[in-house]
Design a protein around this ligand. Structure first.
Ligand code: NAG
Ligand code: NAG
Ligand code: NAG
Ligand code: NAG
Ligand code: NAG
Ligand code: NAG
Ligand code: NAG
Ligand code: NAG
Ligand code: NAG
Ligand code: NAG
Ligand code: NAG
Ligand code: NAG
Length: 811
């Protein structure tokens, strides 16, 4: 220890000495020369962190003039270190409470952002009394903001954002009357906004977003006469916006998004005459449409979405210049979604000639799309979903990149005469009773098309082949399309989902689908497709969901080769025959491992499991089956309602992640394989209506996740396994078998060996009901799944365009 510091000192003296010699000899040496004690402080500061040098320009003893070290700036005359900027240098350590940093008494700028600093901010920071700028953002700082920061009276710029600071905002900050910029955003701060912040009379920007701040915005904020930008978004602030807020007339940026404000907006918004960005989305703001807002000439971005605004909307002319045709000529984004606006979408919306994005979804707008929208040459995104709009979809909309009109009453479309630029079109759930829009064959960049839940009819035109190359999603579910699905997919290499379910399609499955290497979902459910099993789909590397349910597929199932990504397969209610070979499932890796991590698409779909949570409670004969737990890891096989015979293949037991297995309504014989007990995730097992004999394997009693099972209408005998899962089943799950016993607890004391003799009505009845249950479970699963697919792809699509927009418009 002693020798160490001696050595240190010695070296220091030697190098200073050396440096002095150089200094006297060399005329090129800069006039400022590092002061010894400051150099020592810097070297000690360096040694407080567990790295050898600050890359790439090392701070070391053989480089004597510390004023030349990277990130160090000295005063020209005095040589005092006045600025330390190590931004983007990984220090990977924490501040010492008595860090030698605090000996650099002349520091004016301290910039240590993106430095991987951990630990707390020492309160000795308050000793650096000459600081005007401090930036410790984007580190891993914890603990509270030291109150001593309020001593640094010269501070003009404080940036502590993107750390994990906790506790309250120190009210001592209110003493910094020179402060122009304050950001504490993206921390874990709690408590109120201190009213002392109202004393920061020079403040230009206040950023407190993404914390856990509560309570009301203090009225004193209205004193910040110079304020130009305020962001309080993503906190738990509530109550009303203080009246004094109207005094902040220099604001160009206001973001109050995602709080709990229950307030009206200031009655005259036009006082904010410099306003560019106004975002109050996701609160409970009340009142009528803020007309005055749209008279501000500088306005660019307005988000009012997800509030409680009511009544009609209108865009008035500015009073000052009534001849001016556009009140807010720079307006680019207008989002009024998810409010209670009513009435027509006014023609006056097209005054804002620079609009690039309009979101009016989730209101009660009615009437047609205003014709004037054709004047908006820059419009890229139009979302009118979930309203009561009706009439014709005008052709000029097809110049817009992304158009969402779902859940309205549109009934026809105008054919465009020129080439369209559209990339995404969602007409889901409207009132179209028309043939397939043939103009789609002439598009070049269409990626997403959803026509589902309409009455589109006639055939799917073969000319679609000309535009299919750009498609990622083709969703035609639940219409009245007829004829064959044309063989148009040879160039569809981007296609991720193809859903033509619930139409009247016939003929065979188009072989060109084998080229769709990106396919993740194929849904052919409820058509009249007549074909053998498409074993050639087994080569598609990402096929997760294959649904052929309720068609006229036939032939044997002996070739399940490939399908290594398959997670859900439903080939029920067809006419498949033959046996399942013993090893037929062995290549289905998707059912044996969870591979979420390498599949963000799938992860995103299932993360939005809100859909599942809300919708999947299905009653089966008094048993409430809740599908709340259906999630990303859901794996299912449904082969029910075919004519497959022979043994249940042992290789099923390799599909370790399987949640649902339905083999009911076939002609399976022999005994139930014991190895099914290896399927420890199994929640639903339906083997009913086969010719299975022997005992129910006792090991199945250990399947603790199994909440529904059905063994009825077989030739089973012997002791029903013990175990809670079995004991909680309905009696009918075991009815109509040979000689099952041990059913006293399940069926009540009266039934002993053959429950069916006591409950004859359960014999005939269950078929359709159980069937519709499995149908519901599996078909609804993927159905919802599909809904999610659609919803998700579309939103992610928006996000892309959207974030592009946002980067353009800055904040
Ligand atoms: C000290 O820094 C100089 C450059 O300033 C460099 O050339 C030298 O190698 C460094 N010495 C050590 C021991 O890192
Ligand atoms: C940072 O320090 C930790 C130990 O405190 C070490 O595990 C880690 O590798 C270091 N990271 C870097 C980038 O040096
Ligand atoms: C900071 O100042 C206080 C007194 O104002 C003193 O007690 C403390 O030692 C100082 N800290 C450092 C690191 O200089
Ligand atoms: C800082 O304090 C530690 C003990 O808390 C002590 O070992 C060290 O010498 C002190 N450093 C300075 C620069 O005062
Ligand atoms: C802020 O100003 C008020 C007067 O407007 C004063 O009473 C209060 O002490 C000041 N707070 C601070 C922290 O300086
Ligand atoms: C808003 O308040 C409601 C109850 O008043 C509460 O349930 C909700 O969590 C709050 N939201 C936020 C973001 O604080
Ligand atoms: C605002 O939130 C605070 C605490 O978070 C609560 O005590 C208060 O009742 C809320 N006020 C209103 C108007 O909701
Ligand atoms: C607004 O500012 C004026 C002076 O600039 C002041 O007289 C008035 O009290 C302020 N209003 C509010 C509500 O704070
Ligand atoms: C608003 O301005 C437009 C274009 O100058 C004009 O046609 C319209 O009549 C004006 N509306 C009102 C209500 O003044
Ligand atoms: C429009 O609003 C809806 C509903 O709030 C939202 O889901 C969607 O992401 C918004 N953005 C676009 C571009 O549609
Ligand atoms: C499609 O539906 C319309 C309206 O119901 C009907 O007039 C037309 O004949 C149908 N076309 C086909 C091919 O079924
Ligand atoms: C499946 O279970 C059987 C016993 O029922 C056991 O012998 C076999 O090793 C298991 N297979 C796997 C792959 O776990």
């Amino acid at each position: 220890m002693m020798t160490g510091s001696h050595c240190y000192c010695f070296f220091g003296i030697i190098s200073i000495f050396f440096a002095l010699i150089i200094h006297t000899l060399s005329s090129t040496t800069p006039p400022h020369f590092c002061l010894h004690h400051q150099r020592e402080a810097l070297l000690e500061f360096r040694d407080e962190f567990p790295i050898d040098e600050f890359d790439p320009n090392p701070w070391n003893k053989s480089s004597p003039d510390c004023c030349l070290w990277k990130g160090v700036t000295c005063d020209d005359r005095s040589g005092q270190v006045i600025s330390l900027n190590l931004a983007d240098t990984s220090l990977n350590g924490s501040f010492k409470t008595n860090s030698s940093l605090f000996r650099l008494q002349y520091l004016r700028h301290l910039k240590l952002s993106y430095c991987d600093i951990q630990g707390e901010i020492p309160s000795s920071l308050g000793n650096l009394s000459r600081l005007t700028l401090i930036d410790l953002s984007h580190n891993f700082l914890v603990g509270e903001i030291p109150a001593s920061i309020g001593n640094l009276k010269r501070l003009r710029h404080v940036e502590l954002g993107a750390n994990t600071l906790i506790g309250a905002i120190p009210s001592s900050l209110g003493k910094l009357n020179q402060l122009r910029y304050l950001s504490l955003a993206a921390n874990e701060l709690t408590g109120d906004i201190p009213s002392s912040l109202g004393n920061l009379s020079s403040l230009l920007e206040l950023r407190l977003s993404i914390n856990h701040l509560v309570g009301q915005v203090p009225a004193s904020i209205g004193n910040l006469n110079e304020l130009q930008a305020i962001s309080l978004s993503q906190n738990n602030l509530n109550g009303t916006i203080p009246i004094s807020f109207s005094n902040l007339t220099k604001l160009y940026h206001i973001s109050l998004r995602s709080n709990n404000f229950t307030s009206t907006l200031p009655s005259d918004m036009s006082v904010f005459h410099n306003l560019e960005h106004f975002d109050v989305a996701a609160n409970s703001f009340l009142g009528s449409f803020p007309k005055s807002l749209f008279t501000i000439p500088s306005l660019q971005v307005v988000y009012l979405d997800d509030n409680q605004f009511i009544g009609p909307i209108e865009f008035v002319n500015t009073s000052s210049s009534s001849s001016s045709s556009s009140s807010s000529p720079k307006l680019e984004i207008l989002s009024l979604a998810s409010n209670k606006f009513i009435g027509l979408v006014p023609e006056s919306i097209s005054k804002f000639l620079n609009l690039g994005e309009i979101n009016l979804s989730g209101n009660n707008f009615n009437g047609p799309i205003p014709r004037s929208i054709s004047k908006l040459a820059n419009l890229q995104t139009l979302n009118l979903a979930n309203n009561n709009l009706k009439g014709q979809v005008p052709a000029y909309l097809l110049r817009v990149t992304t158009v969402t009109l779902s859940n309205n009453f549109f009934s026809s479309y105008e054919n465009p005469s020129e080439e369209t630029l559209i990339e995404a079109l969602d007409l889901n759930s409207n009132s179209f009773q028309e043939p397939f829009p043939r103009w789609i064959c002439n598009t070049k960049g269409l990626r997403f098309l959803d026509l589902s839940n309409n009455l589109f009819n006639g055939s799917i035109p073969p000319c679609l082949e000309d535009s299919i190359a750009s498609f990622s999603d083709l969703i035609l579910r639940n219409n009245s399309f007829s004829g064959p699905l044309p063989d148009i997919f040879a160039s569809a290499t981007e296609l991720r989902s193809l859903d033509v379910s619930r139409n009247h399609l016939e003929g065979s499955l188009p072989k060109s689908l084998v080229n769709c290497k990106a396919l993740q979902l194929v849904n052919m459910e409820s058509n009249r497709i007549k074909d053998v099993f498409p074993s050639w789909l087994g080569s598609l590397p990402s096929l997760h969901v294959l649904i052929l349910r309720s068609n006229e597929f036939h032939g044997t199932l002996h070739v399940f080769i490939g399908f290594r990504s398959l997670r859900i397969i439903d080939i029920s209610r067809n006419d498949f025959t033959g046996t399942l070979p013993p090893h037929c499932f062995s290549s289905w890796r998707g059912m044996t491992v969870l591979r979420e991590e390498d599949d963000p698409y799938m992860a995103d779909i299932i993360n939005e499991s809100v859909f599942y949570r809300n919708s999947m409670v299905i009653g089966v004969k008094g048993v409430e089956l809740s599908f709340e737990r259906i999630q990303q890891d859901f794996r299912a096989i449904d082969i029910s309602g075919n004519r497959i015979h022979g043994k249940i293949p042992e290789s099923l037991s390799f599909l370790k992640e399987l949640h649902l297995l339905n083999l009911s309504g076939n002609v399976f014989t022999s005994h139930i394989p014991r190895s099914l007990a290896n399927l420890t995730k199994l929640e639903t097992l339906d083997l009913s209506r086969n010719k299975l004999s022997g005992q129910i394997p006792q090991d199945l009693g250990q399947l603790s996740s199994l909440s529904y099972m059905n063994f009825s209408s077989n030739l089973l005998k012997g002791l029903v396994p013990r175990g809670t899962q079995f004991q909680s089943q309905n009696c009918s799950s075991f009815s109509d078998n040979d000689r099952l016993f041990g059913l006293e607890e399940i069926c009540g004391k009266i039934q002993v060996s053959n429950p069916t003799s006591q409950q004859p009505e359960q014999l005939s009845e269950p078929e359709e009901e159980l069937f519709s249950w499995t149908a519901a479970a599996i078909a609804y699963g993927p159905g919802v799944f599909c809904g999610l697919v659609i919803g998700h792809i579309f939103t992610s699509y928006y996000h892309k365009i959207w974030s592009k927009k946002n980067t353009i418009s800055g904040r």
